[in-house]
Design a protein around this ligand. Structure first.
Ligand code: AVI
Length: 357
């Protein structure tokens, strides 16, 4: 594609993204119950703040999941098989996945890794880092949303079919017998990673449809590894979403700064406060931005003022916390069976290895 055309396409894509953002903000701020898709928390600044959240002492999720991955990497890899293609949804910094890759590398196994993320800068940075850690790895970064990303990654996996040493040996033996096939007879298994409790940011119905859509893309020898945050003491949960250093507050308030930057808003973020609480009936942490005062905000891209009364809130995110029964039901309803579950001693986090049933 020539440079002019690709620049035009990028501008067009950016325009579509900004239009969708403007449209969703208009709907949200005009509604009585103002609530927004949490994806808008993750612009470049928001993604950087999220990486910092993961390092906060109160945010137990990341380190608990990382220790599970480290401890159980041999078993996970063993269950998935000898020839693996790892595809990660929302890979971010890929730091947890590096633990799996390290294990593969220690076993002198070939690494094929397909990180999928919507942020090009994060993908570039993480790929560069992984390449220096694992020089022989095949790493193909895919900038995309989850569903299209899995399709693109699966297509790239096919291109790498036949690239493992073991397979080369097998191939020689079976050379004459082997029939060429595009379907279920892949020599490799795909291991799709959906870590970090990202499933918790889906509404329960949407979580089911999402897993079902992934299930449809898998063959019988493929696996999905999902990180679920478990229901637990409320004080532990609320602290995790309102850390002492105020990073989660910054992350939430960055949404207003984003509206100012991208849509010409005149929000004064200090006139809002970050509020996170545990909704016991729904088993979810809710994050809100609450207006400290009566105020009006103008958004240039929408050519409109929006009024906030003192105490009015914008609901910015839900983070669902699962029970083991809910995980089992979700897996079953979306066409999976639980091959193995991994949990820490406190039973705060669950990593479920699912296979198509
Ligand atoms: C990305 N996601 C799993 C995080 C969570 O825990 O729900 C997002 C987050 N929001 C505030 N802190 C972390």
């Amino acid at each position: 594609m020539d440079k002019d055309r690709s620049q035009k396409m990028t501008l067009q894509q950016n325009k579509e993204v900004v239009d969708e953002f403007a449209n969703d903000i208009a709907i949200c701020l005009s509604s009585e119950n103002k609530s927004l898709n949490p994806k808008y928390l993750y612009d470049h600044k928001g993604s950087q703040l999220f990486e910092q959240i993961c390092l906060q002492p109160e945010y137990y999720l990341t380190r608990t999941e990382a220790s599970l991955l480290k401890r159980h990497a041999p078993l996970i890899i063993n269950l998935v098989g000898s020839n693996i293609r790892i595809i990660e949804l929302g890979s971010g910094s890929s730091s947890k996945t590096a633990l799996l890759l390290r294990y593969l590398s220690s076993q002198k196994r070939r690494i094929f890794y397909f990180p999928i993320d919507i942020s090009a800068s994060i993908l570039m940075e993480s790929t560069r880092r992984l390449k220096s850690q694992f020089p022989n790895a095949t790493i193909i970064a895919i900038r995309s949303d989850y569903n299209t990303g899995v399709d693109r990654a699966a297509a790239k996996c096919m291109v790498t079919d036949g690239e493992s040493e073991e397979e080369e040996k097998k191939k020689k033996k079976k050379k004459k017998k082997k029939k060429k096939s595009n379907n279920n007879d892949n020599q490799y298994s795909k291991l799709i990673l959906f870590l970090g409790s990202s499933i918790g940011n889906f509404e329960p119905m949407a979580a089911g449809s999402f897993l079902r859509s992934i299930r449809e893309k898998l063959h019988t020898n493929d696996f999905l590894l999902v990180g679920f945050d478990l229901q637990k003491d409320e004080s532990v949960l609320t602290a995790a979403y309102d850390d002492k250093a105020g990073i989660t507050a910054k992350f939430n308030l960055n949404l207003l700064a984003r509206i100012n930057r991208e849509l010409g808003g005149n929000f004064e973020p200090e006139k809002f406060k970050h509020y996170a609480f545990y909704n016991r009936e729904q088993h979810r942490i809710e994050m809100h931005l609450v207006s400290n005062t009566n105020q009006q905000v103008y958004i240039e891209a929408l050519g409109k003022n929006f009024s906030f009364g003192k105490g009015d809130s914008i609901h910015t995110e839900n983070s669902y916390k699962y029970s083991l029964d809910q995980i089992a039901a979700l897996a079953k309803d979306s066409g999976f069976r639980i091959k193995k579950e991994f949990m820490d001693e406190k039973r705060w986090f669950n990593m479920a290895l699912l296979s198509p049933s």
